[in-house]
Design a protein around this ligand. Structure first.
Ligand SMILES: [Zn+2]
Ligand SMILES: [Zn+2]
Length: 500
């Protein structure tokens, strides 16, 4: 299992087309021929109709059709010969595959760093956030995860792969051996699987020994010596029952598969077959040990047709909006989503997700930002934001400077502190004339106490700021994280200025 190529982030290939484009169907056919024969399991193809989604065309600078994009870079613009299309595709896809392998080994190291850090905090040795403690409301994890699911149908799979890395290379193995000492002494493979199952249910639900507060109840049912079902009740990403058509706990499925591989020394695949987010009684994870790497791969989501992406997104945000009302009731202590253990989780649950994704896939930054922006525009809390704005201003839209000052007040509003996402907010003017401002967050759950990996982690919040400011100014500002606790700074700092 030492070969790095086992971890491969899907490569994104996007074809831009339209009804009127006469050359598009042929290019589409070639794409499917090249990808379909040998790369179907590592390349995810989707089509964007520029008439339906003109924003995407503008964003990526598409001015001629057909256009092909590999991992956010346009590699073909306008019609060319069939051979050219094949050449370009092959060269670009092979380059991307090689790049992925190089990054893999570095990732393993980082993963261990991230999770070892959580150990000290959860064992109570040292708090990462001295002022507000190391627990955050689970709504934060839920809303971040679901906004990302909404934007990109590939996200569930990326969450799975990130979870798998965390399970395989993070501190989870250490936890499992601690929870069940027999793991260290049992050598027979079948017995090891038994001991693993006992440990994994303990990992999710034994909150006295390991207070991550991930789930409320856990149990398992062994099917045979290499297969089992694991039941988790009120898991942090599914404790609000809803009508989602997809499961929402792929990160956990990945963690289970990854840690099973680490403990049993075999390949593993895990699929969530029922989920509370879909209205089921509990989340059910079907875990299977398999003999080779190929069998451990999950099928990528089907390449979508033109309308599917848009509809899926609408449905997701609608349901997300519904469940935020329940989250709000929980924040205001009107209701407990998890009667026994309460609705706060250890910050490492959020951090492993975000950092796992960022280390897995360099493109997750732009999805995190886009998801944050969308959440900023449509998410909860708008009445309070407008109320604050109205008490200070009577004419709208606001200038950028005024909007930033409103945001500071909004983020410091008592209800904003209920989730314990951060302890303190600061704003300052860098240059009023040039309209340059910053907002700083202290003890931000997303990145507090993270080891310095030289990476900034808070793209979601940057996007969120951009979305909220858009509501006040009707303009899209440029928001960039200029300092992050995840790369050694004392706070996370976001610079805000007009889009040039
Ligand atoms: Zn679930
Ligand atoms: Zn940060």
């Amino acid at each position: 299992m030492s070969n790095n190529s086992e971890i491969s982030t899907p490569i994104r290939l996007v074809l831009f087309s339209s009804e009127e484009c006469w050359a598009c169907p042929e290019v589409e056919m070639i794409v499917h021929q090249v990808v379909g024969t040998s790369m179907g399991d590592i390349v995810h193809v989707s089509t964007i109709d520029v008439d339906e989604d003109p924003e995407a065309a503008t964003k990526y600078g598409v001015y001629k059709l057909p256009a092909l994009m590999v991992n956010e870079e346009i590699v073909l613009h306008g019609s060319v010969t069939e051979d050219d299309v094949r050449d370009i595709l092959w060269t670009r896809l092979i380059t991307e595959i090689l790049k992925t392998e190089e990054i893999a080994s570095l990732r393993k190291e980082n993963m261990l760093n991230i999770t070892m850090n959580a150990l000290q905090s959860v064992s109570g040795e040292e708090l990462v956030r001295p002022n507000i403690g190391d627990y955050v409301h689970l709504g934060t994890v839920l809303q971040t995860t679901l906004s990302m699911y909404a934007l990109d149908p590939l996200m569930p799979e990326l969450f799975y792969l990130a979870g798998r890395e965390v399970g395989k290379y993070g501190a989870m193995q250490y936890h499992l051996s601690m929870l069940n000492r027999k793991i260290g002494t049992t050598l027979r493979p079948n017995k090891r699987f038994n001991e693993f199952l006992k440990a994994i249910v303990s990992y999710y639900s034994n909150v006295d020994v390991l207070p991550y507060l991930l789930a409320e109840e856990a149990s398992y049912e062994k099917i045979n010596d290499s297969e089992a079902r694991i039941y988790l009740k009120n898991l942090l990403t599914a404790c609000v029952s809803s009508e989602f058509t997809e499961t929402t706990c792929d990160f956990t499925a990945g963690e289970i598969a990854g840690s099973a591989e680490a403990i049993t020394g075999r390949f593993a695949v895990c699929i969530e077959t029922a989920c509370q987010s879909k209205g089921d009684d509990s989340c059910v994870f079907h875990l299977k040990l398999v003999s080779d790497r190929e069998a451990a791969k999950r099928p990528l989501p089907l390449s979508e047709d033109k309308h599917a992406r848009h509809e899926r997104r609408e449905t997701f945000f609608e349901l997300l909006h519904e469940i935020t009302l329940e989250i709000k009731d929980s924040l205001l202590m009107k209701k407990r989503l998890r009667p026994k253990i309460g609705d706060f989780v250890h910050i490492s649950a959020l951090q492993t997700r975000i950092m796992g994704l960022k280390l897995m896939d360099e493109f997750s930054s732009s999805i995190l930002y886009a998801a944050g922006r969308e959440f900023g525009v449509v998410g909860p809390g708008k009445p309070i934001l407008y109320e604050i704005a109205r008490t200070l201003h009577n004419s709208f839209p606001l200038s950028l400077g005024d909007a930033v000052r409103i945001m500071k007040k909004y983020l410091s509003h008592p209800t904003s502190y209920l989730g314990r996402e951060y302890s303190f907010v600061q704003d300052s003017v860098i240059d009023e004339e040039q309209e340059k401002y910053v907002i700083r967050l202290f003890e931000y759950a997303n990145s507090s106490g993270a080891p310095n990996l030289g990476v900034k982690f808070c793209d979601f919040f940057a996007g969120y700021l951009a979305g909220r400011i858009h509501l006040l100014t009707e303009e899209d500002p440029q928001v960039i994280e200029t300092a992050c606790q995840g790369s050694g700074a004392k706070y996370c700092e976001f610079s805000i200025e007009p889009l040039s």
